[in-house]
Design a protein around this ligand. Sequence first.
Ligand code: G6P
Length: 362
Amino acid sequence: DASDIEKGTYPHFMLKEIDEQPVVIRNIISKYKDSDDKIQLDGNIREAMKEADRIYIIAAGTSYHAGLVGKQLIERLAKKPVEVHIASEFLYNMPLLSENPLFIFISQSGETADSRGVLVNVRKLGYRALTITNVPGSTLSREANYTLHTYAGPEIAVASTKAYTAQMAVLAILAVDTAKAQGYDIDFDPIYELSLVATSIEALCDQKETLEKLARDFLSTTRNCFFIGRGLDFYVGLEGALKLKEISYIQAEGFAGGELKHGTIALIEEGTPVIALATQEHVNLSIRGNVKEVAARGANPCIISMEGLEDVDDAFVIPSVHEYLTPIVSVIPLQLISYYAALHRGCDVDKPRNLAKSVTVE
Ligand code: G6P
């Protein structure tokens, strides 16, 4: 029961939940592998994924950000087209659907009213649904045809951390399973790659002092902050901005690397923090070009790169992991930076104003 969960020696649930992420990833590996160390999902889920001509991912908030990463994984590994939609938009503005769609609902709580509204509608239309949730007995789980459990354990802090990384790990497993179901010979072992991810997260959780200093240097007095990245890094930037907004109340926005200059760059003043992610080799040069553009207008850039792609001026370097799984690792410094920024600004980290852990009204 969630009310029995204690913080132990931690000052906040959020910090405890950030630290739990290596264990959560290892737990997911052990739950989803069979005795041969292979991934094998429920045959019904396999079939449903295989038969679908298009996947529609529906979610809200942080879970929507996990969905964006999930789209990339499913499209790259399983070669199936995926659309990702904000639940509350889909509800009143349904796109044209493919002939044989499968709906995937991503929800930590399994109770989000916006997502449930879509689920009820698509079930009425006769479509099948899979829910990826941290609460298997939840409404979204019960009302869908299939469920994948994220095994993150109860998440108490309002700002989601471990549930998000768990969702992406499960989406990676689902993508691989779907690829195999279709007979694709893929060069990506999720068990091995996710275990490297767990080790990398552990190493990052040991660098709290460095990240606390970064938060102090870049965020202790600023009014706003921008996150930029390309590809998967863009999606992580969206999540980094959301985390920062939620708990520190700093106005933050995530942008695709090339997009800031098409308008928002007007907001850059002397010292405006711009946090850039550089974990994707094929866009490393272009994201660094974008950093130069904003720095030339006075921005204070903070580059978080990945080992192997780093430059001398980078503020922080994450350990190298498979390029598909970088979001699960690169979000960790963003979570910790947000945590320390909120702490320094005297905010209520676990219970930010105006927010609820699960929003059960539309
Ligand atoms: C609320 C929470 C967010 C969460 C969103 C979706 O707004 O404050 O942290 O991402 O709901 O929740 P879900 O439980 O569906 O993932």
